[in-house]
Design a protein. Structure first.
Length: 148
């Protein structure tokens, strides 16, 4: 319990740390491919806010026009157009960004347990599997809201 001082109207009685949890999760490539080794795929959940991050090694990605998505988030993203998570890509191993416009941060899929990536060139296009064939190691983190 984080005891709170009443606000000016006297209506606040206390603040409770709601639903704190931490653990591990298993990243996947739902549109095809194999995550071969997973290092430090961890999450923390406080109330409806979830942070999930990972360092993954990818052994293959299907060469097609499906989006490059990473799934397996520990909680589904809240429904109702909750695409506004915050995240960052913090490491990419030996990868030529041609064709991707440089990835932007991860975008949560509303109502699903996965993220996707927009091209970082100012277009609204999403990055396709075919554009990331040589991607082998990848670190990212995302904060999003869950219904759970």
């Amino acid at each position: 319990s984080f005891a709170a001082t009443a606000n000016s109207s006297g209506s606040m009685s206390n603040e409770l740390l709601d639903d704190y949890e931490e653990g591990t999760w298993t990243p996947t490539l739902p549109n095809g491919g194999t995550v071969s080794t997973i290092s430090n795929a961890r999450y923390t959940k406080v109330g409806a806010m979830v942070y999930a991050g990972c360092y993954i090694h990818i052994s293959s990605i299907t060469n097609d026009s499906n989006g490059f998505d990473i799934g397996g988030l520990p909680y589904a993203v809240a429904s109702g157009n909750m695409y506004h998570g915050a995240g960052a890509i913090t490491y990419v191993h030996t990868f030529n960004w041609n064709g991707t416009g440089a990835l932007s941060g991860p975008t949560p899929y509303s109502g699903q347990s996965q993220v996707y990536f927009h091209r970082g060139d100012g277009s609204s296009a999403t990055v396709k599997n075919s554009a990331v064939q040589a991607l082998s190691q990848f670190i990212f983190g995302v904060v999003y809201i869950s219904d759970s």
